[in-house]
Design a protein. Structure first.
Length: 391
């Protein structure tokens, strides 16, 4: 199994303690965590030269694993890649890349799907704005001469500008993804949008497990206080401007959540727009996909974090005892749930079957992981149908 870390394509490391693979090794898995170039170094493209260096790093790692993993007791004929957040987006992008064909046989995408790429025009727009902020020419050679600290500060500031004013007129496709440094559909290495290519058959021979957490967006709305400050007028404005959801759609969300605060409704809308609906679209596009939802609500922060983004990681790796996870997990997270989630990932990597039926547009079966776990069919159809415009 090969893990690709997240971090909005600008941060993160495969060496974080929560990704310790001891429990995977205990269960017969050879686990590899990788690193790749991030931010401008990995994903800046001006329309010339080699694009998507971060993805090429991932492919280089997978190529090395194919050629060498048998020396570590691994099977090059049974490789599962899995990732979380931007790592999951990487997994889904690799599914669509000709250069990655044959390098892995199964894939798991946690809280990230196939909607998070940008086209050449948006990439050039980001590059021009970064170069202008640095006072340098819009070329990779010029950017490479900028001191690292200055470059990192500039790319962080650019990301903050996108988040503050995510307008298509200013940022193109980046206004939707909020990820200025991300995989580029360059027409060669990545010939088309990943979801379109997967719909056309790319990655069809790869077993896929994909899912989300029930309240992903609470990680971004609770600690910042945005959710607590949200009121009804701002809810309608944010839903329309940021997520393209009309007033009627927001009203459907509110009707399905009696007593929910405007912040709670915004969290549900944001979770579905960025995570759940893209995961469903990928499951609809890729035959034989298994779907899960992680719903255990953390008691941390007075219970306000809920089943937020990143919460499942300690359960997947069976590392509930890792001190770095305590602020998110709170006291006494359920070990039996970690046992179940971890086993499902191991079983899927070994056999391609995580222990429940695959997803189909007719039944829409998904596995819900919670204190009491089980499978559901056609979960929250009104919410799902509200996003018919998000393809």
């Amino acid at each position: 199994m090969v893990f690709i870390h997240g971090g909005s394509f600008t941060s993160g490391s495969g060496a974080l303690s929560v990704y310790d693979g001891t429990r995977f090794a205990r269960d017969g898995v050879v686990l590899v965590t990788i690193n790749y170039r991030l931010g401008a170094d990995g994903f800046l493209w001006f329309g010339e030269g080699t694009p998507n260096l971060g993805l090429l790093d991932q492919i280089a790692a997978l190529t090395w694993i194919r050629d060498n993993i048998d020396g570590f007791g691994g099977d090059p004929g049974n490789v599962t890649i899995f990732g979380e957040s931007a790592g999951a987006m990487s997994v889904c992008t690799l599914l669509a890349m000709p250069a990655a064909e044959g390098l892995f046989h199964r894939a798991i995408a946690e809280s990230g799907a196939a909607h998070n790429t940008i086209g050449p025009s948006s990439a050039r727009q980001v590059g021009a704005r970064l170069a202008a902020a640095l006072g340098t020419a819009p070329t990779r050679e010029a950017i490479a001469r900028v001191p690292v600290a200055q470059l990192l500060a500039a790319q962080d500031n650019l990301s903050q500008q996108v988040a503050a004013k995510p307008r298509a007129k200013l940022w193109g496709e980046v206004a939707r993804t909020l990820l200025p440094f991300s995989p580029v559909v360059d027409g060669d290495l990545l010939p088309g949008k990943p979801l379109d290519r997967i719909r056309a058959g790319a990655g069809a021979d790869v077993d896929l497990l994909i899912g989300t957490n029930s309240e992903e967006a609470r990680l971004f709305l609770v600690p910042t206080g945005v959710g607590a400050r949200m009121n009804t007028p701002f809810l309608y404005a944010a839903a329309s401007l940021r997520f393209g959801l009309p007033v009627a759609g927001v009203r459907r969300y509110r009707a399905g959540r009696p007593g929910a605060t405007p912040g709670d409704v915004l969290a549900a809308v944001m979770t579905d727009s960025y995570y759940r609906i893209p995961a469903i679209r990928l499951a609809e596009a890729h035959q034989g996909t298994y779907v899960y939802e992680f719903g255990w609500r953390s008691p941390a922060c007075g219970g306000t974090l809920g089943a937020c983004h990143g919460l499942e990681l300690a359960f997947v790796f069976d590392n509930l005892d890792d001190p770095s996870t305590a602020p998110m997990l709170g006291p006494a997270p359920p070990q039996h749930l970690a046992d179940l989630v971890h086993k499902s990932w191991v079983d899927f990597a070994a056999t391609g079957d995580p222990g429940w039926p695959p997803y189909t547009p007719q039944q829409r079966i998904s596995r819900h992981f919670n204190t009491a776990s089980g499978t559901t069919t056609n979960d929250r159809p009104t919410d799902r149908q509200t996003w018919h415009h998000l393809r």
